[in-house]
Ligand binder design. Structure first.
Ligand code: BGC
Length: 831
């Protein structure tokens, strides 16, 4: 009883109205003079507490304290003190090894969190435990391309904790194969489980608005159907292990410049159709445990403080049941975050808890809002491995997962060019392998999207393992050069946000190149790029190849072609680069993206023909950067005069970016405005060919449902898979329409020569509809629709038409998230 009282009293004291009488009783009640002075202050309080306990909660007095999972949630929430609630909604536990203390702008330390033993070293954070109510602390870990944890722990040299580096999201999206992505997710989630984490902070799924976006590699596509479908497949795979995911960053977080201060101004239509659509698909299809709100402001309000985004749209319209957590250090008002439905503030600091508690006390935050957020968090905790007391092994099957990683990489890479059947390699024994990244593969980007992996198979290792003979002079030269350049790089404890620039390409000299052109059968050059959170890419020397890179390609191409030998270029990049200034120099170009730790083996499998490439672009490669529809307004304008210092001493410059191109993002723009591209969305070559036939489109039902059938036949000599795309051209009525939009896609199974497969697609009223901001509804306008079956958005193989007799309202939504002024759109007129 004494124990029970002591447990319940604090809960009571802060919330029960009688509790405010205690101090008054202590000093003024006449009975007090009969009590020994030593007990005078404590006895009455004890008696009063017992009285309250017995009079108002007799049930509690007879039953043990409610426990999470055993008792109904309302009882657990009712038993929590206000302070406990304030703690639960604010996270803890981010530890950055080697980070210097007292960095300006850093939040104050949290002694309680620091005292708690770390469960998963290297995790991005965790929640506060409340042991007396059976509420454990759950752990969240980055990131989208593999679980990011500390691989070496303390002085223990006997074992390591490395994780699989999967292909980055942009590469996985190029598979157009949701079953493959789900398979990756299933293996990935197993590592999350076995390394003791509860929630994986991914997948990341913002739209590639501009090729210079520093985190594009973490994101899937310029198209929301691809982004949403891939994210849903990944979530389903990961969560099939009983761990959670956090789809991020919600929403309109499409640049890294001024990421914590930029105010994204976008029209309701662009938001609904492009920037929110992918999240909507993922939520509706896959039930992620959590959503991570983003850093930026959206039409004037931080997304983590925006109730229309986090409650009206996410929960009321889309039915999201899980919790929303903030991005790390995002937003500026914890109370506003609570009100908006940003349930958990990460990584959290005690000041935020204090502010939340004070706000409830002074009436500026309704306890109902706080209870709602607490409930969301508890519901996720109930689904966690930690709650189930899962005995994780710290020993996932890395060998098995490496094979899945390799298979996913090889199943997604895109063959961009293949003149005169340069690939697959035939009669090639000795290869001259050029370019730093041939020896030092970029497995994935930097920042929280990077993975501490056991190894990275470079292309040189992949080729050697497949018994190709590599020019040893180059191999030694590059290995020594890269090692020396890396050793000379400054060691920055904050390298996660500020990685050193990659070493410049090694000087080769024409003699060396000429000699290899005589001696070797083929040249391969790898061009590499890396980027990550906190910074966008630059045009010069990044989007465009550096003068040194161009010179290298020109010299090698000239020397090998002079000998009647060929040049293959491998692109080991995380974002779109220029192709026009150099691609004529190459006979074949393989876009490997950043393929994860098995990359070198996967590239080799494609070059050698063990795997027939079947990836296609999920983003456009334009002819020039200036052709990108957002080139004129990326990354927006800064208000330098208002600069302040933020966390980690980083400059915080208020900024604004206006999405003037509206819905005309990526191929929606290029196809509508007749702008030629270097490689269009959906493009990719194979070692075989496919024919498209018998496109059948059933007339739409009264509800707007349409069924489509299409037959694909392998018309070439080797087995292969084809990524098939269904575009729709809708009639322009009250709303303008892009020339075409992707509405469905599928990948065939491996088809042998002459083999066919009939694919089946379903469109519904929502697929036909566009968002009308005036009525806040999705309208499928009456008129003629064209269904186009394509091998890319520009390579349409079959078309069919249907007529919608009457306009349909596919869905009525809320009129929210309006920009402060109309956003001009579209940027350029149709030719
Ligand atoms: C990133 C998130 C990441 C978080 C935790 C932030 O800087 O934007 O994507 O999950 O850090 O590491």
């Amino acid at each position: 009883m004494k124990k029970l009282a002591s447990q319940l009293i604090p809960a009571f004291r802060s919330t029960h109205p009688v509790s405010r009488l205690i101090p008054a009783f202590r000093s003024t009640h006449p009975v007090s003079r009969f009590i020994h002075p030593a007990f005078r202050s404590t006895l009455p309080i004890l008696l009063l507490n017992i009285l309250i306990l017995l009079s108002t909660f007799p049930a509690h007095a007879q039953h043990p304290l409610p426990k999470l999972g055993k008792d109904p949630l309302p009882a657990v929430i009712a038993a929590m003190t206000l302070e406990e609630k304030g703690k639960l909604v604010v996270g803890m536990g981010l530890k950055i090894p080697g980070m210097p203390a007292n960095i300006p702008g850093m939040p104050p330390p949290d002694p309680e969190a620091d005292a708690l033993p770390e469960k998963v070293p290297g995790a991005a954070g965790r929640t506060h435990p409340i042991a007396r109510l059976g509420i454990p602390s759950i752990t969240v870990t980055d990131g989208p391309a593999g679980i990011r944890i500390e691989p070496i722990r303390g002085n223990d040299s006997t074992r390591t904790y490395y994780a699989t580096a999967w292909p980055v999201a942009t590469l996985l999206a190029s598979s157009w194969d949701t079953a493959l992505v789900r398979k990756v997710g299933t293996a990935f989630g197993r590592e999350v489980l076995e390394y003791g984490s509860d929630i994986l902070l991914g997948p990341a799924m913002n739209i590639h608005r501009n090729p210079l976006g520093g985190r594009n590699f973490e994101y899937y596509s310029e198209d929301p159907l691809i982004a949403g479908s891939m994210a849903a497949a990944m979530v389903k795979g990961i969560q099939s292990n009983g761990v959670g995911t956090s789809i991020k960053h919600f929403a309109a977080n499409n640049q890294e410049t001024d990421r914590m201060t930029v105010n994204t101004l976008a029209s309701e239509r662009a938001l609904r159709e492009i920037y929110l659509k992918g999240f909507e698909i993922a939520i509706r299809q896959s039930d992620p445990y959590t959503v991570m709100s983003s850093y930026n402001l959206l039409n004037g309000t931080y997304t983590s403080q925006q109730p229309d985004l986090l409650t009206t749209i996410l929960r009321k319209e889309w039915g999201f049941k899980g919790l929303v957590m903030s991005d790390w250090f995002a937003g500026d008002d914890p109370v506003a975050q609570m009100k908006a439905g940003n349930d958990l503030i990460m990584p959290g600091n005690p000041d935020q808890s204090k502010k939340i508690v004070e706000a409830v006390k002074n009436g500026s935050l309704d306890i109902k809002d706080l209870n709602r957020n607490v409930e969301k968090i508890l519901r996720v905790i109930l689904r966690s491995p930690e709650f189930r007391k899962y005995k994780y092994t710290d020993r996932p099957d890395l060998a098995a997962d490496a094979l899945v990683s390799r298979q996913a990489a090889a199943g997604s890479m895109v063959l961009l060019k293949n003149e005169n059947h340069t690939l697959p390699l035939k009669n090639i024994k000795k290869i001259a392998l050029f370019g730093n990244n041939s020896y030092d593969l970029v497995a994935g980007g930097t920042g929280s999207g990077d993975v501490n992996r056991p190894y990275t198979i470079s292309l040189s290792q992949g080729l050697a393992a497949a018994n190709y003979q590599l020019e040893s002079d180059l191999q030694t030269g590059y290995t020594e050069y890269i090692a020396a350049a890396k050793a000379a790089q400054p060691k920055d404890p904050m390298a996660i946000l500020n990685p050193p620039p990659p070493p410049a390409e090694m000087d080769l000299g024409t003699d060396r190149i000429d000699r290899t052109a005589h001696e070797d059968d083929l040249a391969i050059v790898t061009i590499g790029r890396n980027a990550g959170e906190g910074k966008d890419r630059k045009e010069e020397g990044d989007y465009y190849l550096s003068a040194k890179e161009k010179e290298m390609l020109k010299t090698i191409s000239g020397a090998f072609h002079a000998q009647g030998k060929k040049l293959v270029v491998v692109l080991n990049i995380g974002g779109v680069i220029d192709m026009v200034g150099w691609q004529d120099l190459a006979d074949a170009i393989l876009l490997a993206w950043q393929p994860g730790m098995e990359g070198g083996n996967a590239i080799t499998a494609i070059l050698g023909g063990k795997i027939n490439p079947s990836g296609k672009l999920a983003c456009t490669f334009p002819l020039a950067y200036k052709d990108v529809p957002s080139a004129g307004n990326f990354p927006g304008k800064e208000f330098k005069e208002k600069e302040q210092k933020g966390f980690f001493g980083m400059p915080m410059i208020p900024a604004e970016v206006e999405y003037e191109e509206g819905i005309y993002v990526g191929y929606r723009y290029y196809t509508s405005f007749g702008i030629r591209t270097a490689y269009p969305f959906g493009y990719g070559l194979s070692y075989t060919t496919f024919s498209y036939s018998r496109l059948e489109v059933a007339p739409p039902s009264a509800a707007g449902r349409t069924e489509i059938r299409l037959t694909i036949t392998n018309t070439g000599a080797v087995a292969g898979k084809e990524a098939v795309q269904i575009y729709l051209s809708a009639p322009a009525g009250q709303l303008d329409k892009p020339a075409e939009e992707l509405k469905a896609f599928a990948k065939t199974r491996l088809l042998g020569p002459g083999e066919s497969q009939t694919l089946h697609f379903v469109l519904n009223a929502a697929s036909l509809a566009s968002f009308d901001p005036h009525s806040a509804s999705w309208i499928a306008e009456a008129g003629d629709y064209t269904v186009k079956a394509g091998a890319s958005c520009e390579d349409i193989r079959q078309t069919q038409h249907f007529r919608l007799a009457q306009s349909l309202i596919a869905e009525k939504d809320h009129a929210v998230l309006a920009p402060p002024h109309p956003i001009t759109s579209p940027p350029r007129s149709r030719p």
